[in-house]
Ligand binder design. Structure first.
Ligand SMILES: Nc1ncnc2c1ncn2[C@@H]1O[C@H](COP(=O)(O)OP(=O)(O)OP(=O)(O)O)[C@@H](O)[C@H]1O
Length: 313
């Protein structure tokens, strides 16, 4: 088997002695070329995991290997494998220009000045920042700053890219640019991307695989299509009846909501026959049916269900 791009084994992080672990015996293996979405509710341990993988925090127990190099034991070899954009931190220097930042980070990663210049030119051009290369990053919009941060992470052309909330706070156009770029990194350049996000459209569009983390552990880890297919067993049905009549006792799982001139009866059911039973019941009452719609859940429903399940233990 090929060496995994990312191999996390038994990772545990406890910030305070005797405290609850932020990451609790977490294991995850990511094959090269995969875009994996790392999802979870606030405080689940995503940022902690990424910071350990990026060598910014030490683990209490367990290991992270990047292309086979242990981040703790073979630090410099591991550092050469990835570029990272971390959430909420200043990933680039605001008093330096875009150009200076990229050259600085290129040199830091051991590139020659000539190689860093040529790569910085290519990256700034691709990201439509060439005209602004000599402006200081502090004066840029949030989207432009994020683009410079991503360019800085990619300056040495790493095989692995760690992105913590890459589209947080970006407007629609900047989000589109960053999404297109992530897709290209994986599709055209074979990079492995691990990203965290609360924006589920990002996951649905970009991720081959989704790992859901909750309370420091992996709760679910599936290819995105399989994750969604699993939940397709429970489509949502919505039946509209005319007016606001007295309703019979509805079958389990259905709820009624009064709308402008109809009443909507909604339920998520595993078997469509339950909907036929509902319709029979409504017709037996002589109620007038206006419409019946069926919708498949998106990743947002799946995520809320998983997190909801977590809250109920
Ligand atoms: N420096 C720290 N000191 C103490 N506890 C911390 C520290 N950083 C994080 N924690 C705790 O560790 C747990 C996991 O936090 P982490 O930031 O890794 O979660 P997250 O999944 O990234 O959350 P979010 O979606 O809000 O970014 C939380 O309970 C958090 O309060």
């Amino acid at each position: 088997m090929n060496t995994p791009a990312i191999e996390i084994t038994g990772l545990t992080k406890t910030y305070r002695p005797g405290g609850e672990p932020a990451v609790d015996d977490l294991s995850l293996t990511v094959e090269p070329g995969t875009v994996i979405g790392f999802l979870g509710p606030n405080g689940a341990g995503k940022t902690t995991t990424i910071k350990i993988a990026a060598g910014l925090l030490s683990a209490t127990a367990g290991t992270v290997r990047l292309n086979g190099h242990d981040v703790a034991a073979r630090r410099s070899a591991a550092m050469a494998q990835f570029g990272a954009v971390l959430e909420g931190s200043r990933n680039v220097y605001w008093t330096l220009t875009a150009w200076q930042n990229l050259i600085y980070f290129g040199r830091l990663k051991g590139m020659t000045r000539a190689a860093a210049r040529s790569r910085a030119t290519a990256l700034l051009t691709e990201l439509d920042l060439w005209e602004r290369r000599d402006d200081t990053v502090g004066g840029f919009s949030r989207g432009m700053q994020q683009k410079v941060a991503i360019a800085a992470a990619l300056i040495a052309d790493p095989a692995i890219v760690l992105l913590d909330e890459p589209t947080l706070g970006l407007d629609v156009a900047a989000t589109r640019t960053v999404k297109n770029w992530i897709a290209e990194l994986s599709n055209d350049r074979g990079k492995t991307v691990l990203l965290t996000t609360h924006q589920l459209d990002v996951v649905e569009e970009l991720c081959d695989r989704v790992a859901v983390i909750r309370a420091g552990r992996i709760a679910t880890d599936l290819p995105t299509g399989e994750l969604l297919a699993g939940f397709r067993l429970r489509d949502t049905y919505e039946v509209h009846v005319e007016g606001h009549p007295d309703l019979p006792v509805l079958p389990a799982g259905f709820t009624a909501t009064a709308e402008a001139d109809t009443t909507a009866i909604t339920g998520r059911v595993a078997d469509p026959r339950e909907v036929y039973d509902l319709i029979d019941l409504l017709r037996a009452r002589g109620l007038v049916l206006r419409s019946l719609t069926q919708s498949q859940p998106g990743i947002e429903d799946v995520f809320l269900t998983l997190v909801g399940d977590a809250r109920h233990g």
